[in-house]
Design a protein around this ligand. Structure first.
Ligand code: GUN
Length: 299
Protein backbone atom coordinates (compact mmCIF):
# COMPACT_ATOMS: atom_id res chain seq x y z
CA UNK A 1 0.00 0.00 0.00
CA UNK A 2 1.09 3.54 -0.73
CA UNK A 3 2.58 5.99 1.74
CA UNK A 4 -0.15 8.52 2.52
CA UNK A 5 1.28 12.03 2.13
CA UNK A 6 0.11 14.08 5.12
CA UNK A 7 -0.47 17.55 3.67
CA UNK A 8 -1.89 18.82 6.94
CA UNK A 9 1.32 18.08 8.78
CA UNK A 10 3.56 19.57 6.04
CA UNK A 11 1.31 22.67 5.97
CA UNK A 12 1.71 23.00 9.76
CA UNK A 13 5.50 22.85 9.33
CA UNK A 14 5.33 25.62 6.74
CA UNK A 15 3.12 27.80 8.95
CA UNK A 16 5.47 27.26 11.93
CA UNK A 17 8.39 28.38 9.79
CA UNK A 18 6.43 31.45 8.63
CA UNK A 19 5.71 32.36 12.28
CA UNK A 20 9.41 32.07 13.15
CA UNK A 21 10.43 34.16 10.12
CA UNK A 22 7.85 36.82 11.05
CA UNK A 23 9.25 37.00 14.59
CA UNK A 24 12.80 37.34 13.19
CA UNK A 25 11.68 40.14 10.90
CA UNK A 26 10.19 42.06 13.85
CA UNK A 27 13.37 41.45 15.84
CA UNK A 28 15.31 43.10 13.01
CA UNK A 29 13.02 46.15 13.28
CA UNK A 30 11.49 45.60 9.82
CA UNK A 31 7.80 46.02 8.96
CA UNK A 32 5.81 42.89 9.74
CA UNK A 33 4.32 41.03 6.75
CA UNK A 34 1.01 42.50 5.59
CA UNK A 35 -1.55 40.56 3.56
CA UNK A 36 -4.63 42.15 1.98
CA UNK A 37 -7.38 39.82 0.82
CA UNK A 38 -10.10 41.26 -1.41
CA UNK A 39 -13.40 39.51 -2.08
CA UNK A 40 -16.24 40.75 -4.27
CA UNK A 41 -19.71 39.26 -3.89
CA UNK A 42 -21.27 36.60 -1.70
CA UNK A 43 -20.12 33.26 -3.14
CA UNK A 44 -20.26 31.03 -0.01
CA UNK A 45 -17.26 28.84 -0.94
CA UNK A 46 -15.13 31.95 -1.59
CA UNK A 47 -16.24 33.45 1.75
CA UNK A 48 -15.04 30.32 3.56
CA UNK A 49 -11.65 30.34 1.76
CA UNK A 50 -11.11 34.04 2.39
CA UNK A 51 -12.00 33.79 6.08
CA UNK A 52 -9.51 30.95 6.40
CA UNK A 53 -6.76 32.95 4.64
CA UNK A 54 -7.31 35.97 6.91
CA UNK A 55 -7.38 33.77 10.04
CA UNK A 56 -4.13 32.01 9.15
CA UNK A 57 -2.48 35.37 8.36
CA UNK A 58 -3.34 36.61 11.89
CA UNK A 59 -2.09 33.35 13.38
CA UNK A 60 1.25 33.93 11.59
CA UNK A 61 1.55 37.35 13.23
CA UNK A 62 0.84 39.26 10.00
CA UNK A 63 -0.92 42.55 9.56
CA UNK A 64 -4.09 41.12 8.00
CA UNK A 65 -6.52 43.26 6.02
CA UNK A 66 -9.74 42.11 4.38
CA UNK A 67 -11.86 44.08 1.90
CA UNK A 68 -15.31 42.53 1.57
CA UNK A 69 -17.03 44.31 -1.31
CA UNK A 70 -20.63 44.04 -2.56
CA UNK A 71 -21.36 42.10 -5.78
CA UNK A 72 -22.22 45.35 -7.63
CA UNK A 73 -18.77 46.90 -7.00
CA UNK A 74 -17.56 48.45 -10.26
CA UNK A 75 -14.30 47.49 -11.95
CA UNK A 76 -13.10 51.07 -11.47
CA UNK A 77 -13.74 50.91 -7.70
CA UNK A 78 -11.88 47.61 -7.43
CA UNK A 79 -8.92 48.90 -9.47
CA UNK A 80 -8.72 51.96 -7.19
CA UNK A 81 -8.55 49.72 -4.10
CA UNK A 82 -5.74 47.72 -5.71
CA UNK A 83 -3.80 50.87 -6.63
CA UNK A 84 -4.08 52.05 -3.03
CA UNK A 85 -2.86 48.66 -1.73
CA UNK A 86 0.02 48.74 -4.25
CA UNK A 87 1.13 52.04 -2.69
CA UNK A 88 0.61 50.93 0.93
CA UNK A 89 3.99 50.13 2.52
CA UNK A 90 2.37 48.04 5.27
CA UNK A 91 1.06 45.56 2.64
CA UNK A 92 3.36 42.95 1.05
CA UNK A 93 0.79 40.62 -0.46
CA UNK A 94 -2.46 41.33 -2.33
CA UNK A 95 -4.88 38.53 -3.12
CA UNK A 96 -8.10 39.10 -5.06
CA UNK A 97 -10.28 36.04 -4.59
CA UNK A 98 -11.45 34.48 -7.86
CA UNK A 99 -13.91 34.10 -9.49
CA UNK A 100 -14.97 37.75 -9.77
CA UNK A 101 -18.50 38.78 -10.85
CA UNK A 102 -18.96 38.70 -14.65
CA UNK A 103 -19.00 42.50 -15.12
CA UNK A 104 -15.40 42.76 -13.86
CA UNK A 105 -12.45 41.88 -16.13
CA UNK A 106 -10.46 39.51 -13.88
CA UNK A 107 -7.43 39.63 -16.19
CA UNK A 108 -7.22 43.41 -15.93
CA UNK A 109 -7.59 43.27 -12.16
CA UNK A 110 -4.78 40.70 -11.79
CA UNK A 111 -2.42 42.66 -14.05
CA UNK A 112 -3.03 45.79 -11.91
CA UNK A 113 -1.57 44.13 -8.81
CA UNK A 114 2.09 45.15 -8.39
CA UNK A 115 4.14 42.06 -9.39
CA UNK A 116 6.20 42.28 -6.17
CA UNK A 117 2.95 42.01 -4.14
CA UNK A 118 1.34 39.34 -6.36
CA UNK A 119 1.49 36.50 -3.83
CA UNK A 120 -0.93 34.46 -5.99
CA UNK A 121 1.69 34.41 -8.76
CA UNK A 122 -0.87 35.24 -11.45
CA UNK A 123 0.74 38.44 -12.87
CA UNK A 124 2.43 38.05 -16.29
CA UNK A 125 5.77 39.06 -14.73
CA UNK A 126 5.59 36.16 -12.26
CA UNK A 127 4.24 33.73 -14.87
CA UNK A 128 7.16 34.74 -17.13
CA UNK A 129 9.73 34.35 -14.36
CA UNK A 130 8.47 30.85 -13.59
CA UNK A 131 8.43 29.99 -17.31
CA UNK A 132 12.04 31.12 -17.74
CA UNK A 133 13.23 29.43 -14.54
CA UNK A 134 13.79 32.65 -12.54
CA UNK A 135 12.57 30.91 -9.42
CA UNK A 136 14.64 33.01 -7.00
CA UNK A 137 12.46 36.06 -7.55
CA UNK A 138 9.19 34.62 -8.93
CA UNK A 139 6.03 34.26 -6.91
CA UNK A 140 4.69 30.81 -7.76
CA UNK A 141 0.94 30.06 -7.52
CA UNK A 142 0.20 28.54 -4.13
CA UNK A 143 -1.42 25.21 -5.07
CA UNK A 144 1.33 24.01 -7.43
CA UNK A 145 4.02 25.40 -5.08
CA UNK A 146 2.47 23.38 -2.24
CA UNK A 147 2.17 20.28 -4.42
CA UNK A 148 5.85 20.59 -5.27
CA UNK A 149 6.79 20.67 -1.56
CA UNK A 150 4.81 17.45 -1.06
CA UNK A 151 6.57 15.81 -4.02
CA UNK A 152 9.96 16.87 -2.60
CA UNK A 153 9.06 15.35 0.78
CA UNK A 154 8.66 11.98 -0.94
CA UNK A 155 11.28 12.15 -3.70
CA UNK A 156 13.82 14.69 -2.45
CA UNK A 157 14.69 17.90 -4.31
CA UNK A 158 16.43 16.23 -7.25
CA UNK A 159 13.76 14.92 -9.62
CA UNK A 160 16.17 14.64 -12.58
CA UNK A 161 14.94 12.44 -15.39
CA UNK A 162 11.67 11.40 -13.78
CA UNK A 163 8.62 11.30 -16.04
CA UNK A 164 5.92 13.67 -14.82
CA UNK A 165 2.40 13.80 -16.24
CA UNK A 166 0.17 16.72 -15.27
CA UNK A 167 -3.48 16.15 -16.08
CA UNK A 168 -5.10 19.58 -16.53
CA UNK A 169 -3.83 22.74 -18.23
CA UNK A 170 -5.27 25.56 -16.11
CA UNK A 171 -3.29 28.76 -15.56
CA UNK A 172 -3.72 28.39 -11.78
CA UNK A 173 -2.52 24.79 -11.41
CA UNK A 174 -1.67 22.70 -14.50
CA UNK A 175 0.66 25.05 -16.37
CA UNK A 176 2.62 26.36 -13.34
CA UNK A 177 2.86 22.79 -11.98
CA UNK A 178 4.37 21.64 -15.27
CA UNK A 179 6.86 24.52 -15.22
CA UNK A 180 7.95 23.70 -11.65
CA UNK A 181 8.51 20.04 -12.56
CA UNK A 182 10.42 21.09 -15.67
CA UNK A 183 12.61 23.42 -13.59
CA UNK A 184 13.34 20.37 -11.38
CA UNK A 185 14.56 18.47 -14.49
CA UNK A 186 11.57 16.18 -14.94
CA UNK A 187 10.42 15.13 -18.41
CA UNK A 188 6.99 16.72 -18.38
CA UNK A 189 3.81 16.04 -20.33
CA UNK A 190 0.66 18.13 -19.90
CA UNK A 191 -2.48 16.14 -20.63
CA UNK A 192 -5.96 17.57 -21.13
CA UNK A 193 -9.44 16.76 -22.41
CA UNK A 194 -8.19 16.22 -25.99
CA UNK A 195 -5.29 13.95 -25.05
CA UNK A 196 -5.37 10.55 -26.79
CA UNK A 197 -5.18 7.42 -24.64
CA UNK A 198 -4.79 9.26 -21.35
CA UNK A 199 -4.66 6.02 -19.28
CA UNK A 200 -1.61 4.80 -21.24
CA UNK A 201 0.10 8.19 -20.91
CA UNK A 202 -0.65 8.34 -17.17
CA UNK A 203 0.95 4.90 -16.75
CA UNK A 204 4.30 6.36 -17.92
CA UNK A 205 4.33 8.80 -14.99
CA UNK A 206 6.72 8.52 -12.05
CA UNK A 207 4.94 11.65 -10.79
CA UNK A 208 1.25 11.94 -11.67
CA UNK A 209 -0.56 15.19 -10.86
CA UNK A 210 -4.34 15.31 -11.32
CA UNK A 211 -5.86 18.79 -11.57
CA UNK A 212 -8.98 18.55 -13.68
CA UNK A 213 -11.91 18.99 -11.29
CA UNK A 214 -13.59 15.71 -12.26
CA UNK A 215 -14.44 13.40 -9.36
CA UNK A 216 -12.37 10.16 -9.32
CA UNK A 217 -11.47 10.42 -13.02
CA UNK A 218 -7.99 8.93 -12.62
CA UNK A 219 -8.49 5.20 -12.11
CA UNK A 220 -6.29 2.75 -10.24
CA UNK A 221 -5.02 1.07 -13.42
CA UNK A 222 -3.75 4.43 -14.72
CA UNK A 223 -1.10 4.44 -12.00
CA UNK A 224 2.41 3.11 -12.60
CA UNK A 225 3.50 0.91 -9.67
CA UNK A 226 5.49 3.03 -7.22
CA UNK A 227 4.41 6.38 -8.70
CA UNK A 228 3.93 9.53 -6.62
CA UNK A 229 0.30 10.59 -7.07
CA UNK A 230 -0.71 14.18 -6.28
CA UNK A 231 -4.45 14.81 -6.28
CA UNK A 232 -5.30 18.50 -6.57
CA UNK A 233 -9.05 17.95 -7.03
CA UNK A 234 -11.62 18.80 -4.39
CA UNK A 235 -15.06 17.65 -5.54
CA UNK A 236 -18.22 17.37 -3.47
CA UNK A 237 -20.35 14.40 -4.51
CA UNK A 238 -23.63 12.98 -3.18
CA UNK A 239 -23.18 10.34 -0.45
CA UNK A 240 -26.59 8.69 0.02
CA UNK A 241 -24.86 5.96 2.10
CA UNK A 242 -24.31 8.64 4.80
CA UNK A 243 -27.99 9.56 4.78
CA UNK A 244 -30.39 11.52 2.63
CA UNK A 245 -29.00 14.78 1.22
CA UNK A 246 -25.48 14.05 2.57
CA UNK A 247 -22.33 14.59 0.55
CA UNK A 248 -18.61 13.85 0.77
CA UNK A 249 -15.37 15.21 -0.67
CA UNK A 250 -13.39 13.26 -3.25
CA UNK A 251 -10.42 14.14 -5.41
CA UNK A 252 -9.76 13.69 -9.11
CA UNK A 253 -8.20 10.29 -8.34
CA UNK A 254 -10.08 7.11 -7.42
CA UNK A 255 -8.13 6.98 -4.17
CA UNK A 256 -8.71 3.41 -2.90
CA UNK A 257 -7.77 1.86 -6.27
CA UNK A 258 -4.81 4.17 -6.87
CA UNK A 259 -3.39 3.68 -3.37
CA UNK A 260 -2.93 -0.04 -4.10
CA UNK A 261 -0.35 0.75 -6.81
CA UNK A 262 1.12 4.16 -5.94
CA UNK A 263 4.33 4.51 -3.94
CA UNK A 264 2.90 7.61 -2.30
CA UNK A 265 -0.42 9.42 -2.66
CA UNK A 266 -2.14 12.53 -1.30
CA UNK A 267 -5.56 11.99 0.31
CA UNK A 268 -8.59 14.26 -0.18
CA UNK A 269 -9.18 16.02 2.12
CA UNK A 270 -5.87 16.46 3.96
CA UNK A 271 -3.42 16.36 1.03
CA UNK A 272 -2.84 19.33 -1.27
CA UNK A 273 -5.73 21.38 0.19
CA UNK A 274 -4.03 22.53 3.42
CA UNK A 275 -0.86 23.41 1.48
CA UNK A 276 -2.50 26.19 -0.55
CA UNK A 277 -3.06 28.57 2.37
CA UNK A 278 0.30 27.66 3.92
CA UNK A 279 2.08 28.64 0.68
CA UNK A 280 0.16 31.92 0.55
CA UNK A 281 1.67 32.71 3.96
CA UNK A 282 5.10 31.58 2.71
CA UNK A 283 4.86 33.88 -0.33
CA UNK A 284 3.75 36.81 1.83
CA UNK A 285 6.59 36.47 4.34
CA UNK A 286 9.01 36.12 1.40
CA UNK A 287 7.64 39.36 -0.07
CA UNK A 288 8.15 41.14 3.27
CA UNK A 289 11.77 39.90 3.43
CA UNK A 290 12.43 41.16 -0.10
CA UNK A 291 10.79 44.53 0.68
CA UNK A 292 13.12 44.84 3.70
CA UNK A 293 16.14 44.19 1.46
CA UNK A 294 16.76 40.81 3.12
CA UNK A 295 17.50 37.42 1.55
CA UNK A 296 14.38 35.59 0.52
CA UNK A 297 13.67 32.62 2.80
CA UNK A 298 13.13 29.25 1.11
CA UNK A 299 10.65 26.51 2.03
N1 GUN B 1 -9.97 30.91 -6.16
C1 GUN B 1 -9.68 29.58 -6.11
N2 GUN B 1 -8.37 29.38 -5.93
C2 GUN B 1 -7.79 30.59 -5.87
C3 GUN B 1 -6.45 31.03 -5.67
O1 GUN B 1 -5.50 30.26 -5.54
N3 GUN B 1 -6.27 32.37 -5.65
C4 GUN B 1 -7.30 33.25 -5.82
N4 GUN B 1 -7.02 34.54 -5.80
N5 GUN B 1 -8.56 32.87 -6.00
C5 GUN B 1 -8.80 31.56 -6.02
Amino acid sequence: MAEVIDGKSVAEDVVSKVKALTAELSAKGATKPGLAVVIVGEDPASQVYVASKSRTAKECGFHSLQHTLPADTTEEQLLKIISDLNADKSIHGILVQLPLPGHIDAGKVIQTIAPEKDVDGFHFINVGKLGTGELDTAFVPCTPAGSMLLIERVRGKDLSGLNAVVVGRSNIVGKPMANLLLAANCTVTIAHSRTKDLPALARTADILVAAVGRPEMVKGDWVKPGATVIDVGINRIPAPEKGEGKSRLVGDVAYAEAAKLAGAITPVPGGVGPMTIAMLMANTVASAYLAAGLKRPSF
